[in-house]
Design a protein around this ligand. Structure first.
Ligand code: SF4
Length: 92
């Protein structure tokens, strides 16, 4: 898992184009199950690096926060969907 120190020291290139770079970070890390991710998800909607951000969050197994226009639970569901599709493809 990537730590906050990793993020600060090794900031991925795409982060320079993130529309959230000046936003309140707390919007992107709401209390779990609070349902307060809507503001962050709206900010992500028009972000030019949404795909990079989402792939990075899944690749680095980010356990919390809104990344790539997805909550942690949405990322988990996407990961499971992809794993199911890949398993089906291997079995075919
Ligand atoms: S997709 Fe969302 S979290 Fe990712 S960089 Fe863009 S605004 Fe930030």
């Amino acid at each position: 898992m990537t730590t906050t120190a990793d993020l600060v020291l090794h900031q991925p290139d795409w982060q320079k184009d993130a529309v959230c770079k000046d936003a309140d970070p707390e919007l992107f890390f709401p209390e779990p199950k609070s349902g307060h991710a809507a503001k962050a998800l709206r900010i992500c909607r028009n972000c030019p690096v949404k795909l990079d951000c989402g792939i990075w969050a899944i690749d680095t197994d980010q356990p919390a926060g809104v990344w790539g226009g997805m909550t942690a639970n949405q990322r988990k569901r996407k990961t499971h969907e992809l794993e199911r599709l890949m398993a089906a493809r291997r079995a075919a």
